[in-house]
Design a protein around this ligand. Structure first.
Ligand code: ATP
Ligand code: MG
Length: 582
């Protein structure tokens, strides 16, 4: 039997025990009463026997049967019965019965009790003759027994009373136990089991387990309470879950790495950005701060635990690709009774790179301006001298013209680059129009013809170009082609420049190939940086600003395309500008 069933039937069992206890108590009380009643009755009977015996002694000694019978007959209407029995069991006289009808009494226990020693005998027995319980006392006088008996009516009455009470108690108790057992088994137990199963299921986390509410009975309120409790728990957990999800989303949406570090150096929580920074893939994996292999960070965490007033600090973090600059900011917090650190790491690498980039750019621009400006200033000084010949004067004007143009070109290129970069940050392709690349290519070639002729370079364009349309800014694409062709004429020392146009897998490509000096491999990664020159002197001498290829790269990006270069020193170079075709 299951434990819960034992609990359920405990009530009927208790009741059964209580009923049994009452029965035992009644029986014990009855026995006590019977013993004391018999003791009192014995005393009384002994007194009666003595008085009666005194009366009968002379008659018995004289053997006067007539007087014996007469004396016995005096008790005819009295509850006390008197018998005189001869030693051999023959009844000589009896107050209540006709001696002729009475058999031999030698087997009566009360006579045996008197025994041979002429004592007396007490017996309590049921008399068939009188149909009642009798207390019998016998004494021996001479060769006769005088037997006096009286009915034990009080005892008989008590016995029947007790018997009735016990029977009633047993019947009532049994009925109650039976009723309770059936009630428990068929009414309470199913609800109890259902409630227990539901509560166990809820305890295991299945909060939506339905709870059956009994229509009535002692379990109704309990089932209602459990149901309300489960509902409140469900709402509370849903609230907590929602808050947790929101917090997790917020935590992970932060672009800055965020960590919770325990005093023992364990990283207890971290957001996605922190996982990426420290290359920990498993979202639930905990790790020690030492695993970051960043001595600056380990030291900072240590100090932040030592001193609550520690401020933010810039730390260097070495990764396989680069050295990152992080701004660490620690806030002390309590977590499950333990002091922890909330560590925010702001990545300053890009800001520092841009700062370096800006100062490099300013330095480059200043440097680019200084050369023509110095030339212009010194030429102006020369012009101030009055004794210049016509030829010297003309040369000075030429120098002023060339360097002013160079300054103008520089300003123009910087402005172009800034304009393209501005458009890159805005909505992509907002002002783009469909344009035919074959037409753009021919226009660009037209613009370079004079420069090519002056440099004795042959420009080769295929007779038939495919009709390719792209979405873009035709002026910028034309500027790119002009830059690439001008570079080939200026820097490559090539006899010819071959242009091409093709479409492949939805992408249109313009190629500009020369057969000139080529570009050494070590220059290729930086070729598209601003002011980067391979042939510094030649570029400056030919009036280049060093911004042409940077402009080409940004125009390609603006159009969602790419610019690639393949070069073989001494063999030539091919630039390929690729943009998505319509
Ligand atoms: P700008 O084009 O702004 O007038 P630039 O031509 O010097 O000046 P870029 O077009 O950016 O600057 O070119 C960068 C450098 O790359 C050049 O200075 C040159 O040294 C090298 N270069 C470019 N094109 C070629 C080429 N086809 N062959 C060899 N070197 C080249
Ligand atoms: Mg150029």
């Amino acid at each position: 039997m299951k434990r819960r069933d034992l609990i359920l039937i405990a009530l009927p069992i208790t009741l059964l025990v209580a009923v049994l206890a009452v029965v035992i108590l009644l029986v014990a009380q009855y026995r006590g009463f019977k013993a004391s009643y018999i003791a009192d009755a014995k005393d009384d009977l002994r007194l009666r026997t003595e008085l009666i015996a005194e009366t009968l002694v002379p008659d018995i000694r004289q053997g006067n049967l007539e007087r014996i019978t007469a004396n016995c007959a005096r008790f005819r209407l009295h509850p006390t019965r008197v018998s005189v029995i001869r030693e051999d069991g023959t009844v000589l006289a009896d107050s209540n019965a006709n001696v002729a009808t009475l058999g031999n009494h030698s087997d009566r226990p009360e006579l045996a009790e008197v025994g041979e020693d002429d004592g007396d005998g007490f017996v309590v027995r049921y008399s068939v003759t009188t149909a009642s319980w009798l207390l019998i006392h016998a004494v021996k006088i001479g060769d006769c027994y005088v037997r006096v008996s009286m009915p034990m009516n009080a005892i008989t009455h008590t016995v029947s009373l007790v018997r009735r009470s016990v029977t009633l108690a047993i019947l009532l108790g049994a009925a109650l136990v039976l009723f309770l057992t059936f009630y428990v088994i068929f009414r309470v137990r199913p609800h109890f089991i259902a409630l227990q199963t539901a509560a166990t299921s809820i305890a295991k986390g299945r909060l939506d387990t339905p709870i059956e509410i009994p229509a009535g009975g002692i379990l109704r309120e309990l089932a209602q309470a459990v149901s309300i409790m489960a509902r409140q728990l469900r709402h509370r957990i849903a609230d907590l879950q929602r808050e947790r999800n929101e917090f997790d989303a917020l935590f992970n949406a932060l672009r800055e790495p965020l960590l919770v570090v325990s005093q023992s150096g364990e990283v207890l929580r971290r957001n996605r950005a922190a996982g990426l920074l420290f290359t920990v893939d498993d979202a639930h994996e905990t790790f020690r701060v030492e695993r970051t292999a960043c001595p600056d960070l380990i030291k900072y965490v240590h100090e932040a635990f030592e001193s609550p007033t520690v401020g933010s600090r810039e730390i260097a973090f070495e990764t396989a690709a680069q050295t990152r600059t992080l701004l660490a900011h620690a806030v002390r917090m309590e977590r499950e009774g333990e002091i922890c650190l909330l560590l925010l790491l702001t990545d300053l690498t890009e800001i520092r790179r841009l700062e370096g980039f800006r100062s490099d750019f300013i330095a480059n621009v200043s440097h680019e301006i200084r050369t023509p400006l110095t030339a212009i200033l010194s030429t102006v000084e020369t012009l101030r001298e009055n004794h210049l010949t016509e030829a010297q004067y003309a040369r000075c004007l030429d120098i002023l013209g060339r360097h002013s143009k160079r300054l103008g070109d520089l300003v123009q290129d910087i402005l172009s680059l800034a304009a393209i970069e501005r458009r890159q940050t805005g909505p992509a392709g907002e002002d783009f129009v469909p344009c035919r690349l074959d037409a753009v290519l021919r226009d660009a070639v037209g613009l370079c013809v004079d420069a090519a002729e002056r440099a004795n370079v042959k420009l080769e364009v295929p007779e038939t170009l495919p009709e390719v349309t792209v979405n873009g800014d035709p002026r910028l694409i034309e500027q790119c082609v002009v830059n690439l062709v001008t570079n080939a004429i200026r820097h490559a020392g090539t006899p010819d420049v071959v242009l091409g146009l093709g479409v492949r897998e939805g992408k249109a490509s313009i190629t500009v190939t020369d057969h000139g000096c080529g570009i050494a491999a070590e220059h290729l990664p930086r070729l598209f940086e601003r002011f980067y020159r391979v042939h510094k002197e030649r570029s400056r001498a030919t009036g280049g600003t060093g911004l042409g290829l940077a402009i080409v790269k940004h125009v390609a990006i603006l159009h969602g395309g790419t610019i690639d270069v393949v070069s073989e020193p001494g063999q030539g170079t091919t630039f390929t500008l690729t943009v998505p075709a319509c």
